[in-house]
Design a protein around this ligand. Structure first.
Ligand SMILES: NC(=O)c1ccc[n+]([C@@H]2O[C@H](COP(=O)([O-])OP(=O)(O)OC[C@H]3O[C@@H](n4cnc5c(N)ncnc54)[C@H](OP(=O)(O)O)[C@@H]3O)[C@@H](O)[C@H]2O)c1
Length: 401
């Protein structure tokens, strides 16, 4: 969840509830698979395993220059500002006034908004202190959101689009090659109509002269990232046009002056060792959450979330999706084979044998308290502990600075 969606993030209190009366045992810091505890071992201790590992791999554009420093996937960039421990060393290059964000989904909007917000606005969120320091010294002024199709094809949602129009420090500029003025056929979907109205209003409004600008550039496809001194120095895009309702390239190219390119074009998933995987959809084959191998359910194996459906859908979609999986599990439960070692103490012993020291619920609450303490120092509700070592220090009772 985007760090500046502070109100929505209070869902953390709701999600804590089932753990408090100890109905559910929480075991954090447990890697399943290589470098942790093998899935086979987990299966010996539980009737069922629900995999909710998501889609954590950034899709590539497949264009020259993508490997340059300053060319990032949104997964890495978002994980960095959200304080994911695997991405604390990212050091994105925010030393150039121009940034390109590729894509017309809500992730592209999240990235554009975080780059456009003032440091004071971001200080009130839970982003880690080192991230705030980088954003404070950001030289970014122009954020170019590159959308390959037209205003009628965006995949944003209205609430998210509206937010970029309400930023204290950034104007929104719509570049649509006159499509909106010429009249776009009103889509049937009410939310799409709302968004078209918003875009039309912005395109007819003079910018207020705020220090930063978000440019919504329609009908532009990235073609090549230009390297300067081993890092991103610009982005070549091709202009597209809409012919017979289809988007086609015109062959006409232009270069956008940027030092960072963030592609927010969707995600792929990593296969789960020991489970079937469909690389075409980035999902584990399943029926209503029951994992299928060669078309038949694998007893005790379930999936939920993006690893089940692919990388689309908002939090509400995932809630309904989880309900479906859990219903399937409960229906199957009476017929599932008894695990060889059902005693939770035996699982703890197995973890120890694999060198895994879990973070239990009491330890998680210590991390939570540390985040709230750090928040107090910055006038925020909480501030993320991002470094794994600091997280474990907080969890296991050592004091951190
Ligand atoms: N606040 C929120 O509610 C929130 C926040 C973040 C994410 N989400 C949800 O999470 C899901 C994933 O979001 P997402 O933004 O990653 O995915 P998304 O909604 O699927 O959007 C991906 C975008 O990338 C574009 N794209 C794909 N390949 C491209 C290419 N080669 N060149 C240029 N553009 C390309 C797509 O364009 P086309 O449309 O032309 O295919 C599409 O606009 C969505 O359901 C989203 O709503 C919700």
């Amino acid at each position: 969840m985007a760090p500046d969606h502070v109100k929505m993030k209070s869902v953390i209190r709701v999600l804590q509830k089932p753990f408090d009366p100890a109905q559910i045992e929480f075991l954090g810091n447990v890697r399943v698979g290589e470098g942790g505890v093998p899935l086979d071992v987990v299966r010996q201790h539980y009737h069922a395993v629900v995999h909710a590992t998501g889609s954590s791999v950034d899709r590539a554009l497949g264009i020259p220059g993508e490997e340059l420093a300053g060319s990032l996937g949104s997964g890495a960039f978002v994980s960095w500002y959200c304080g994911h421990p695997d991405h604390t060393k990212l050091q994105p290059l925010l030393d150039h006034p121009g940034v390109a964000v590729v894509g017309a989904g809500n992730v592209a909007l999240d990235v554009a908004r975080v780059l456009a917000k003032t440091a004071d606005e971001m200080a009130a969120t839970d982003i880690p202190d080192p991230v705030l320091d980088v954003l404070r010294s950001s030289a970014v002024r122009d954020i170019h959101v590159l959308i390959r199709r037209g205003p009628q094809h965006i995949r944003f949602t209205p609430a998210e689009l509206r937010q970029i129009g309400e930023l204290a420090g950034a104007d929104v500029l719509v570049h649509d090659d006159g499509l909106l003025a010429a009249g776009v056929e009103a889509p049937e979907d009410r939310r799409h109509r709302q968004m078209l109205d918003m875009l039309a209003e912005w395109s007819a409004t003079e910018p207020a002269g705020k220090p930063r600008r978000i440019h919504l550039r329609f009908l532009r496809s990235p073609v090549r990232i230009i390297g300067t001194g081993g890092r991103v120095g610009g982005l070549v895009v091709e202009r597209n046009t809409i012919r017979d309702g289809r988007v086609v390239g015109t062959g006409e190219q232009e270069t956008i002056d940027v030092g960072l390119v963030v592609r927010a074009i969707g995600y792929d998933a990593e296969p789960i060792p020991g489970l079937p995987f469909d690389p075409a959809t980035g999902t584990v084959p399943n029926e209503g959450g029951r994992v299928l191998r060669d078309g038949r359910p694998v007893p005790g194996a379930y999936v939920t979330g993006w690893i089940k459906r692919g990388p689309t859908g908002v939090i509400g979609t995932n809630k309904a999706d989880a309900v479906e999986t859990v219903a399937a599990l409960l229906e199957d439960l009476p017929g599932l084979p008894e695990p060889a070692h059902p005693d939770p103490a035996e699982f703890r012993a197995a973890l120890a044998a694999h060198g895994v020291r879990p973070v239990d619920w009491t330890a998680w609450l210590r991390v939570d308290a540390e985040e709230v303490r750090r928040g107090g120092l910055r006038g925020a509700e909480r501030v993320k502990v991002a470094e794994l070592a600091e997280m474990l220090d907080a969890a296991h009772g050592a004091t951190t600075g």
